[in-house]
Design a protein around this ligand. Structure first.
Ligand code: AMP
Length: 109
């Protein structure tokens, strides 16, 4: 699915792009700002990314910080990566959620 967004076959609202990453708005936002940051390279999960090259996750996370700046989240934000079934991962392409624009409670659901 997210490879199709990278390829331009499925439309998305892109907010940031680098040679290696893409950031676009979540189709079903749970916060006023809800952006997904993905590696353009297909890796299914955080587990798979870490096994392939730990730099992939570092690249994605550092781009999340950049996106938070673009979105003006100076009051704070949350970065979430769901991994596997118990993590609540639904899409099998690594993605980090950047959530902001409201306070987020802890623990998560
Ligand atoms: P996760 O549960 O971490 O796998 O999150 C998957 C996220 O992808 C959910 O928040 C969905 O709303 C979002 N999503 C699914 N399809 C699309 C799409 N075509 N464009 C943007 N976001 C999507």
């Amino acid at each position: 699915l997210f490879c199709s967004i990278v390829a331009g076959r499925i439309p998305a609202t892109i907010v940031d792009e680098t040679e290696t990453t893409l950031a676009f708005r979540d189709i079903a936002p749970v916060s006023p700002t809800h952006v997904l940051v993905i590696p353009k390279q297909h890796v299914a999960s955080l587990d798979e990314a870490a096994a392939a090259d730990p730099g992939i996750a570092a690249d994605v996370i550092s781009r999340c910080v950049h996106v938070a700046g673009l979105e003006g989240l100076s009051e704070g934000y949350r970065v979430v990566i769901n991994n596997g079934d118990n993590g609540g991962q639904e899409v099998g392409h690594l993605h980090a959620h950047v959530l902001g624009g409201r306070a987020h409670s802890w623990p998560p659901g």
